[in-house]
Design a protein around this ligand. Sequence first.
Ligand code: PLP
Length: 480
Amino acid sequence: MNQAQERPPLGDMPLEDFRRFGYQIVDWIAEYFDRIEKFPVLSQVEPDWLRHELPSSPPEKGEAFSDVLEDVERLILPAVTHWNHPNFHGLFSTSTSSVGIFGEILAAAFDMKAMLWRTAPASAELEDVVLDWLRQMMGLPEDFEGIIYDTASVSTMHAIAAARERAKFQIREKGMSGRTDLPLLRVYCSEHVHSSIDKACITLGLGQRSLRKIECNERYEMIPERVAQAIEEDIEAGCIPICVIPTIGTTSTSSIDPVDAVADLCEKYGIWLHVDTAYAGSTAIVPEMRHYFNGWERADSIVVNPHKWLFTPFDLSVLYCRDIGELKQAFSLVPEYLKTSDAGEIKNGMDYGIQLGRRFRALKLWFVIRYFGCEGLIDRLRDHCRLAQLFASWVEGSEAFELMAPVPFALVCFRACPVGVEDLDALNERMMNEINACGEAYLSHTKLNGKFTLRLSVGSIRVEERHLRKVWDLLNGKLR
Ligand code: PLP
């Protein structure tokens, strides 16, 4: 037999196999969701376990796909931390839904690169429509237009780049290095800001030195008078304030910076106002929670992450801009090979960021909004907040625990404080580690005023009261 005959035919997997394995995979996912509570929330494998289980070099010949799928169960599954487990309460819980997964499957099948309108009209137009729906759902004014990126870190980096461009130092053309005519540009945020803001400043060449972290009050909210003072001091010293970033729903405690008061300052000094509401933003669709967002309609840009808490699989972050033209001004660059003859008001996604090709992410959000409807989404978010309040009420009602921060959304910050224990930090850290190690639930922590604080986030689409009761029982069991 010659070599050519030995090799399987060219082209893709035969369609009949695709169908067979496709049905098998959907069945597998359905069963996975059905048995998800049987898995330890946090993967119990040790570092390098999977690496050692896998061959160190790729297969010379193609393998039966059934064998590959078997290895998913045998090798991949033990190394999965189950973000979709209803007792995943660490960091911020993920809220992925099945219809969102369908969106991912179809987007991969189309595999369109939404750079130009022409290369992906469905993505370009669906993105506009679905982001306008979301804008309406969140009660933002009509002039806000959105663009989808992968993560909030990237959305915020683009917002700060647009703010930097507005400062009129021709940084786009001349850059920042080696310039003697460039004063220190300043970005302001609270001391509780997410590290993505620091990273954006690093990436954009502003440097960490440019970031002024403003003191918070006892509720972990940025103090606007301190922002005003910092701006005044900086102007006096010859620095240029370019952007203020209040957060609605900070990462550690979900506290809410006073956006309206900060907006007054931004207006007064002509500074870009970027609101980071990556976690909590989706709750603006819940009428009784809208008041937390007072003032955000005055922002220049806002980041909201449907992949955190709007039932959409990772990744999908939205940056809304009041004048999206400013973002375009910062990033649009059209080489000859991307020029098209399409006339009129077409929107080419590549003009609004550093990426050329962009994934068809709007599809999954469209599926989610259509399947649940505004009502279904509101009901689910409301229920998560109700469950968080319930857990907070157990904490408040217990002598052995205390709440460490207000609970405006669905994150509870608390700690154990039984009488007679001196080292509460050590106790809480031990309790958290033991609960996480047993696989029954996953909690994470932060430090508030130097105190080790447990964080419980409620956000899984599968979470029910019994799951919180389980965590509460585990915690109480660990006191002894
Ligand atoms: N901003 C806030 C307030 C966050 O809580 C987070 C992540 O938890 C981020 C930004 C970063 O999100 P992403 O992972 O989408 O970059």
